[in-house]
Design a protein around this ligand. Structure first.
Ligand code: PRT
Ligand code: ZN
Length: 224
């Protein structure tokens, strides 16, 4: 059930790679905030817009249940949620690409190993935290592989004998290199995005969303 709220609510990562830049983007878009005592909320001081500070994985769910109208999250998290949501449920949509938090979800294999092209993954095991995106890519590319779902430390799976390849986020490539792995192919290019709740908004809130998007775009175009 959605409780009627006049103020717009934006979900932002509480701590992690996107946290600081997400808040600084909102500040550059002209919003100023006062933190709640428990640091879970930032109350908008100059506009009727509040920020909810959460784990990034919770953002798609908050948008789906209508607890927040907008969220700043990696495209990888949003796209995975879309692919693993129950059929018939409306998923949040990407509204604006934000130009930070860039990374790619890539298939990677052991250096010097026998696999040199993705087709050779047929019949093998691939470890990932992104089973939806990986299954989708494998189906599109006609590759039948077993997906081993791991919630973390995916890069050590080949060394532990748990998988023949991995599918994980890569930015600099240093983590892959440190684990004697290299990229085969990127299956998704990601960055932080502004995502919108699939719930229809009343006209006043819809207008607030449009204004905030315009402010964010303005802040982006005045960058660097
Ligand atoms: O606590 P919470 O659940 O909120 O955070 P989290 O730990 O799940 O996420 P966090 O903060 O690590 O990442 C948030 C988002 O940042 C991700 O969903 C991506 O959209 C984006 N992002 C950008 C990355 C990376 N770059 C990245 N390099 N997320 C993770 N990594 C990891 C990757 O998984 C691998 O372990 O960094 C390692 C590889 O980095 P390189 O530079 O060695 O290639
Ligand atoms: Zn997370």
């Amino acid at each position: 059930m959605t409780i009627a709220r006049d103020r717009l609510r934006v979900a932002v990562q509480k701590s992690g790679r996107l946290a600081e830049t997400s808040l600084s983007l909102l500040r550059r878009a002209g919003l100023s905030f006062r933190a709640s005592r428990d640091r879970l909320f930032l109350y908008g001081e100059n506009l009727p817009i509040d920020v909810l500070l959460v784990r990034d994985d919770d953002i798609p769910g908050l948008l789906m249940e209508g607890s927040c109208e907008l969220g700043i999250v990696g495209r990888n998290v949003l796209a995975e949620q879309r692919l693993t949501a129950l059929p018939g449920t409306d998923a949040p949509a990407e509204r604006l690409a934000l130009g930070f938090g860039g990374c790619r979800l890539s298939l990677a294999v052991t250096d010097g190993g026998p696999i040199t092209v993705p087709a050779q993954l047929d019949g093998l095991r691939i470890a990932t935290s992104y089973p939806g995106l990986l299954a989708d890519w494998l189906a599109v590319n006609g590759i039948r592989a077993e997906i081993v779902v791991l919630s973390g430390s995916v890069e050590i799976a080949p060394r532990l004998g748990k998988a023949d390849a991995i599918c994980d986020l890569v930015s600099s490539g240093a983590t892959l290199a440190a684990n004697q792995l290299h990229e085969l192919v990127a299956i998704l290019h990601s960055e932080a995005v502004l995502a919108a709740s699939p719930h229809p908004l009343g006209s006043a809130k819809a207008e607030q969303v449009e204004r905030l998007c315009a402010r964010i775009e303005g802040a982006q175009s005045s960058d660097g």
